[in-house]
Design a protein around this ligand. Structure first.
Ligand SMILES: *Cc1c(COP(=O)(O)O)cnc(C)c1O
Length: 382
């Protein structure tokens, strides 16, 4: 039997057929430049307006607070650099966490080179930020707090509303990288007091290379891409009409199915975790409680090299991820797993399974069977 099972939904998702269908219309029939005034361009402009409304509705923002970008990385870069540059007269201190995505961490590293000072908040063993640590880290010159909504490796959902309330009360701008959260868990930028929020379409069954940044009205932010007057003059470049149509369609489907999908995946996830923990010397990374993304399963198989297991699973048609990142040919342990207190060797023995819309009970049962077999094989070979 040669089957393929995809369990890496946190890396990217397949595209929903309805999304592809809608996008296609704006590749052939209505290909016009949205900034032109003739008929086909009126159609593209209307489609962009509809998409902007769909994205705004999904997070309860206003339509003129949504800016389309090329994805999560651009949104994170814009939020951090744009706020830093525009508010440097007020201060040069930024607070973030030790477990952010590289799009945030490496942007912070760059800002440090320019003279900004960054505090990387620690997290507890479940990957949660403690509000007391945030309060202690705040200085007179703190201009921005950036804490991710949910972590891409261990699935931990951060106390975003509490952080938002605190920042609003103290007049500090609050950005959240919500790339893993949008479409999976409910988000309301108004009640959560969020000032900026990053999202990426290919994490919720839309196309790659398109995302959005929500910027609350009145927030002072510099532009990073200068040119034409698109996106209210704040982000230049000819509208990526098919991509924008795609993100709008994808987010509307995701939000409509959110509760049902959340419940279904949570059940599958908990069953999966319970069975995996039956394997000897296996431990769960991230929160065992409800502060966990519905589709995230991250475990450590003590004594096993995750890369080896990953290749074995790949040869059986099962696609999963290890937290390690290959930098300059050397395998670096995941900064997230190190931050929650794992040793380097434990971190390098960890595997992330992420499930989603296409995942079935039957797939999980098969993966469990193969994982058990592979883990046993690797342990007995020693
Ligand atoms: C995927 C991801 C990003 C980057 O998004 P791209 O659209 O791939 O640039 C940023 N942050 C998190 C948490 C992610 O999971």
């Amino acid at each position: 039997m040669n089957r393929e099972i995809y369990m890496d939904y946190a890396a990217t998702t397949y595209m929903k057929p309805e999304v592809i269908k809608d996008m296609k219309t704006y590749m052939d029939e209505y290909f016009g430049n949205a900034s032109s005034i003739y008929h086909i361009s009126r159609k593209t402009r209307m489609a962009i307006d509809i998409s902007r409304k769909r994205v705004a509705d999904a997070i309860n923002s206003n339509i003129d607070e949504i800016y389309f970008t090329s994805g999560g990385s651009e949104s994170d870069n814009w939020a951090l650099k744009g706020i830093a540059f525009a508010n440097k007269d007020k201060g040069k201190h930024i607070i973030t966490t030790a477990i952010e995505h590289h799009a945030v961490i490496n942007t912070c590293k760059y800002l440090e080179k320019l003279g900004f000072e960054i505090t990387y908040l620690p997290v507890n063993k479940y990957g949660m930020v403690d509000l007391h640590n945030l309060k202690k880290a705040v200085r007179k010159d703190t201009i921005l707090v950036s804490v991710m909504f949910a972590n891409n490796e261990i699935g931990t959902i951060e106390p975003v509303k509490k952080i938002g309330d605190f920042c609003r009360h103290n007049k500090i701008i609050f950005h959240t990288d919500a790339v893993q959260a949008v479409g999976n868990i409910p988000i309301d930028v108004k009640t959560m007091n969020i000032d900026l929020l990053s999202m990426s379409s290919h994490k919720f069954y839309g196309p790659k290379g398109v995302g959005a940044l929500y910027i609350r009205k009145g927030i002072r932010i510099d532009s990073l891409i200068h040119g034409g007057s698109q996106e209210r003059g704040r982000r230049a470049g000819t509208y990526n009409t098919p991509g924008i149509v795609g993100i709008g369609k994808a987010i509307s489907i995701a939000v409509k199915n959110l509760e049902v999908q959340k419940e279904r995946l949570t059940k599958l996830r908990d069953m999966f975790i319970k069975e995996l923990l039956e394997i000897q010397d296996t431990s769960l990374n991230g929160s065992p409680g409800k502060e966990r993304l519905p589709g995230n399963i991250n475990v450590t198989f003590k004594g096993i090299e995750a890369e080896t297991l990953l290749i074995m699973l790949d040869s059986r048609g099962i696609y999963v991820s290890s937290g390690s990142a290959c930098s300059a040919g050397a395998l670096e342990p995941s900064h997230v797993l190190i931050a929650i207190g794992l040793t380097e060797s434990m971190a390098k023995s960890s595997i992330r399974f992420t499930i989603g819309s296409g995942t079935t009970y039957e797939e999980i049962a098969y993966v469990l069977e193969v994982v058990k077999e592979c883990v046993n094989k690797l342990r007995n070979n020693k």
